[in-house]
Unconditional design. Structure first.
Length: 147
């Protein structure tokens, strides 16, 4: 099992994820576009039991299109969004990819919410896409994670 580290811009919050391998997907929903102030957000799902975080944080709960909600955790000092946790999927934490110490190790292996993708953005051929989000997020994540 490998260890991956990251944190916020000001350094007040640090985390470590212990997983066999990191995977990443790009989300093109309006919420991720706003959160990242860009065309999409990068999420890195890891099992909650392999995630440790320290530092002063705040949480903001936002509704999702599926009728559930997501808790969005960020540094209370600099505001850097660090991870999300869906209310319906508490066994997963979605680390925000840009918060990793080495974000260059990530290449998204899927794209979701492409019906809201910016029209000028070209996606790589052959990468799986979903118009919205997968019906069963947990099963989808398990299918992406190598056994």
């Amino acid at each position: 099992m490998a260890s991956y580290e990251g944190g916020c811009q000001c350094g007040a919050v640090r985390y470590e994820a212990s997983v066999d391998r990191l995977i990443a997907y790009a989300c093109h929903c309006r919420e991720c576009q706003k959160q990242s102030a860009s065309a999409f957000g990068i999420s890195v799902p890891v099992p909650s039991e392999g995630f440790r975080i320290e530092g002063p944080m705040k949480v903001w709960r936002r509704p999702t299109d599926s009728g559930s909600s997501t808790d969005c955790w960020f540094c209370e000092s600099c505001g850097t969004r660090l991870y999300h946790r869906g209310v319906r999927e508490p066994e997963w934490v979605a680390i925000k990819g840009g918060s990793l110490d080495d974000p260059d190790i990530l290449t998204p292996i899927a794209h979701i919410w492409i019906k809201r993708k910016r029209p000028w953005l070209l996606l790589p051929p052959g990468v799986p896409t979903h118009d919205t989000e997968p019906d069963d997020y947990d099963a989808w994540l398990n299918s992406l994670t190598p056994k």
